[in-house]
Design a protein around this ligand. Structure first.
Ligand code: NAD
Length: 479
């Protein structure tokens, strides 16, 4: 059992803290966002993550978790390990904004008095561990004292929506260390989470830092590959679902991250892909494959939204467009870099009436768009009051609708960015159903004229909403 401090009560920090507390450690969580800390002190979880409220409530009841607003306050509990879980949003040039990481390191250096293992859990570019070490050493020098400390990297691989399960039962734990003591402390801490030594992957710090980018970029590459293939499938009269079946049964390939759709979003893939491209450019080594992954993902959104505007043209001005799903994926309220933002912006420019529904992300969307949108209270209401429907998140409750339900839509038309329904069943129900890579039974697909397949599309649609100029003080994209 250890004393641990966790900096940042976001999607990663709060899950990390609650899971360490669940294993009997004492955890102090430091959060500077006033709204978040006020909620946490009332015992509320400030965002949606299944099961997290129960875990936090148990930890509060067992007195294994406490919440404070500064690292200096957290040090009264003498934590042996401090986990830094602050945001690392994209800067306009694609680089990771390290200002929150650096500020946290400076606070640590200004306050520690005993040996501390500082662990970077945020996704950070290679070399950040070294930077953090220099910042802490600089602070200690200013204080005129010597305090032993180590800096380790421990990238996090949890996925929002299933974060607790991922944290409690990790496929692997990656740690990047520069001292045997750091390795030993982390091995002891993670012992209750793993079943074998093989799951604990100890390496040097740069390798651990790069591993996180490698994992996210590999997954993003699979998605972009399938998305590009899906458009080709549409043009050729093939069905991307059948193609997926044909390759996913090959054990060398497997079936994960092969679903075609409107493209990946969220707070991680878009920014991490861009950060890896930027890291390559810093070493004068162009990451050509990764650049195309990013270009394809952007193009996918343009292509999908273009389908809608091509279909309706100027008529969109008088249409009520219903949107199912605003979060970047199901089981989260996170709208950072979600495709819904690009579609909504496009529709508002065209002066459409936009009616939206999401089971949990409505507060985040209304904080961003306010009265510019109309907010439905159910998926059913969208069908009853819209001309046509656009599906952007594959929430389970949407999948339960029968094809006949879509006859309620005035135009009996559905644009499905997540391939939720069977095209034949939709067609039989009399629905005009446009999905991704399965349109051989529907209308022929067209490409936006600007795309020649070799360079980035020239449409002006924003590439991603997670940019520094939009990030709030807490490193989150606005809301
Ligand atoms: P987040 O924006 O949800 O949370 C960051 C929190 O840190 C915010 O609440 C912010 O107020 C707080 N913070 C910033 N500076 C602070 C300081 N000096 N002291 C105390 N609190 C401070 O971010 P997140 O989604 O949890 O991501 C955090 C990091 O983990 C990022 O680098 C991200 O790339 C990485 N990551 C995220 C996920 C995910 O699914 N969200 C998964 C794996 C890794």
């Amino acid at each position: 059992m250890k004393n641990i401090a966790v900096i940042g009560a976001g999607y990663v920090g709060l899950v990390t803290g609650a899971c360490f507390a669940q294993k009997g450690n004492h955890v102090t969580i430091i959060e500077i966002n006033q709204d978040k800390i006020a909620k946490l002190l009332r015992g509320e979880v400030p965002f949606y993550e299944p099961g997290l409220d129960t875990l936090v409530a148990n930890a509060i009841a067992n007195k294994t978790i406490t919440f404070v607003t500064s690292i200096a306050q957290a040090l009264t509990d003498k934590p042996e390990l401090i986990f830094s879980c602050v945001g690392t949003p994209s800067l306009p040039n694609g680089a990771a904004d390290l200002s929150y990481v650096e500020a946290a390191a400076a606070e640590i250096g200004a306050a520690i008095t005993d040996y501390t293992l500082v662990v970077n859990k945020s996704t950070v570019p290679v070399g950040t561990g070294q930077k953090v070490q220099a910042i802490i050493a600089g602070q200690l020098a200013q204080r005129g004292i010597t305090v032993p400390f180590d800096v380790a990297s421990n990238p996090e691989f949890l996925k929002e929506g299933d974060a607790i399960n991922d944290f409690l039962n990790p496929d692997r734990v990656v740690v990047g260390v520069e001292s045997p003591k750091a390795a030993q402390l982390l091995r002891e801490l993670y012992d209750p989470f793993i079943t074998s030594d093989e799951q604990f992957l100890c390496m040097n710090r740069p390798s651990a830092e790069l591993t996180k980018y490698a994992a996210n970029t590999m997954l993003a590459t699979r998605i972009s590959f399938m998305n590009q293939l899906a458009i080709l499938a549409d043009l050729m009269g093939a069905d991307i679902d059948q193609v997926k079946r044909g390759i996913a049964n090959d054990r060398r390939i497997g079936n994960h991250f092969l679903n075609a759709g409107i493209g990946y979003g969220g707070s991680c893939f878009p920014k991490d892909v861009k950060a890896l491209i930027h890291m390559g450019s810093e070493y004068h080594f162009p990451m050509t494959l990764v650049k195309e992954v990013d270009n394809i993902n952007h193009f996918q959104r343009v292509w999908f939204i273009n389908k809608i505007s091509t279909h309706y043209g100027p008529l969109l001005k008088d249409k009520t467009v219903g949107i199912w799903g605003l979060a970047f994926k199901p089981e989260t309220d996170d709208i950072r870099c979600a495709p819904s933002l690009d579609l909504i912006d496009d529709l508002l420019l065209r002066e459409s009436n936009v009616l939206v529904y999401d089971p949990v992300a409505m507060p985040n969307i209304s904080a961003r768009y306010g009265g510019a949108l109309t907010y439905a209270t159910s998926a059913q209401q969208i069908l009853e009051e819209s001309d046509f429907l656009v599906i952007l998140t594959e929430w389970k409750e949407f999948l339960e609708f029968k094809p006949e339900s879509f006859n309620l839509l005035r135009d009996k038309t559905v644009f499905d960015g997540r391939n939720c329904f069977n095209p034949s069943a939709m067609q039989q129900a009399g629905i005009r159903y446009l999905s991704v890579g399965r349109n051989h039974r529907a209308v022929p697909s067209t490409l936006p004229r600007s795309y020649d397949g070799t360079s980035a599309p020239t449409e002006t649609m924003a590439r991603c909403r997670v940019v520094a100029s939009e990030a709030g003080e807490d490193g989150q994209a606005t809301p």
